[in-house]
Design a protein around this ligand. Structure first.
Ligand code: SF4
Length: 477
């Protein structure tokens, strides 16, 4: 597992200092936000949306409260329709299973639809090492793959950080074709390259948006149609998905589909919604002869039943990151692992360990925009606060911070000392400001003023004002 999340602060500083990234993030900012707002209105008045959110939350909670039973039901139904269900404890086991399947069926090339779990596992490297060529077929993922396997920076728009010019340069360099700058021409070029891979791949690998327990099906939601090609053309289909993705019925899927595309891309429905059930039957013209489900734990089982269980309701729509002022400014790579934005700031410490993502629970302003837009009502700011508490309980914060907070708690618990401290602090800051409205450099805490001025105190302390007001009231009686 890669622990680049430990370097969040350095990554964020580098992102802020990168003018190309800043320009690209500025262009992307608000695009999904505006579209989501319009498509939510289509659901009727706000009450209808709230009722749908509440119902979706209840479906996810129902499953998470009895996850083992729903998984067993899914396994039985899927196997009754000819699929094989495998379980993976971690990323290494995912890779082992897929490579074993590849060897069993003599696979040379695997066409992949977007799968965040395969990112968690680093599957492409494992496949290449086993002599199986992995080909990403989602346009964004394909761009990243040909750009030296760059990691995605958004869960539904993996190349949101890239400009059209950057993609044009990349296609020109890799495909050795004349440089094109129109999006339709670039898309056509990618389609021509990928078509060949769809037709020659002998294994398809996909994620799964939902697993339907009553039918043993996987539901796939895509906009490019590559998901259908990957899951129907090759003779072997491998679905890799987290254990928390199961839902009880197809009716529940219909309800969740009212929220997922709207929250993700602001569409009332995605271009392709596929519900895939079982292996190809004799009377069917296409579909896989062999279907495998790899159901992955990778840290999820520890979250079930814990105070963070609500996080497993996540349906990976990306709305929280689209609305997050921190994500909008630094992009996804700074978070250092597969999941960026507020959901990543909660999931990464839970899946990889608190000490490996020490700054992520602090990578938020706690403005609650994420909590407001989350379609399954995950209280993200509350979970971030809980993670911060855990870090303090486990003494994981830097020593200087711990000492400062202990000193603060001691002073705050002693009213006379607190009054004296604030009296001195106000006078000191006023002296530093030298009659101006703000202080450009705060000597004792330079980080506060590294990118902004510190506002100068306006006058007296609250205590002084309160005492003066009380005295005035008494005098007026
Ligand atoms: S936490 Fe909520 S808003 Fe964020 S990706 Fe998950 S479901 Fe969407």
């Amino acid at each position: 597992m890669d622990f680049r999340s430990r370097r969040f602060k350095a990554n964020a500083s580098a992102a802020l200092a990168n003018p190309v990234l800043q320009a690209n993030m500025k262009m992307a900012k608000g695009k999904f936000v505006d579209k989501r707002a319009i498509s939510i209105k289509e659901l009727g008045d706000a009450g209808d949306f709230e009722m749908t959110r509440e119902a979706a939350k209840n479906i996810r909670d129902l499953v998470l409260d009895d996850l083992d039973l729903w998984l067993e039901k899914f396994e039985a139904q899927a196997e009754a329709r000819g699929a094989t269900v495998l379980w993976a404890k971690d990323g290494a086991e995912i890779c082992r299973h897929v490579v074993d399947i590849g060897r069993r069926h003599d696979i040379k090339k695997a066409a992949k639809s977007k799968s965040m779990l395969s990112e968690e596992a680093g599957l492409n490297l494992a496949l290449a090492a086993a002599g199986i060529q992995p080909v990403e077929t989602d346009l964004g993922e394909y761009i990243l793959q040909i750009n030296n396997n760059e990691p995605p920076s958004h869960i539904i728009a993996p190349v949101i950080h890239k400009s059209l010019d950057e993609v044009a340069d990349l296609f020109h360099a890799i495909h050795k074709t004349p440089r094109k700058t129109e999006i339709p021409a670039l898309t056509r070029e990618a389609r021509e390259v990928l078509r060949e891979h769809f037709l020659t791949a002998d294994m398809g690998i996909s994620g799964g948006n939902f697993l339907v327990a009553e039918t043993g099906s996987v539901a796939l939601v895509t906009n490019e149609g590559n998901g259908r090609m990957v899951t129907t053309l090759p003779r072997v289909h491998v679905v890799i998905t987290g254990i928390e993705k199961v839902i009880p019925t197809l009716e529940d899927l219909a309800l969740l589909m009212r929220l997922l595309p709207r929250s993700a891309t602001g569409q009332s429905i995605s271009n392709y919604v596929s519900v895939l059930t079982g292996v190809k039957q004799p009377e069917e013209r296409d579909g896989p002869e062999h279907l495998y489900f790899i159901l992955v734990d990778n840290g999820r089982a520890d979250v079930v039943g814990s105070e963070f269980q609500e996080m497993l309701r996540c349906i990976r729509c990306g709305a929280c990151m689209n609305h997050c002022p921190v994500y909008q400014t630094i992009g996804g790579h700074a978070y250092g692992w597969v999941y960026p934005g507020p959901m990543g700031a909660v999931l990464t410490p839970l899946y990889t360990g608190l000490k490996n993502a020490i700054d992520l629970p602090h990578a938020a302003t706690l403005c609650n925009q994420c909590g407001v837009v989350c379609p399954v009502k995950i209280p993200l700011p509350e979970l971030l606060r809980k993670l911060r508490e855990k870090q303090v309980e486990k003494n994981l914060r830097p020593l200087i911070e711990r000492i400062a907070l202990k000193a603060w708690a001691w002073v705050a618990g002693c009213p006379t000392l607190y009054a004296l401290g604030t009296w001195f602090a106000v006078r000191y800051l006023k002296w530093l400001a030298g009659g101006k409205q703000s202080i450009p450099v705060l000597g004792a805490a330079p980080e506060w003023t590294a990118g902004r001025n510190f506002p100068a105190p306006e006058g007296k302390t609250f205590r002084e004002l309160y005492a003066a007001m009380s005295a005035q009231k008494r005098g007026g009686r």
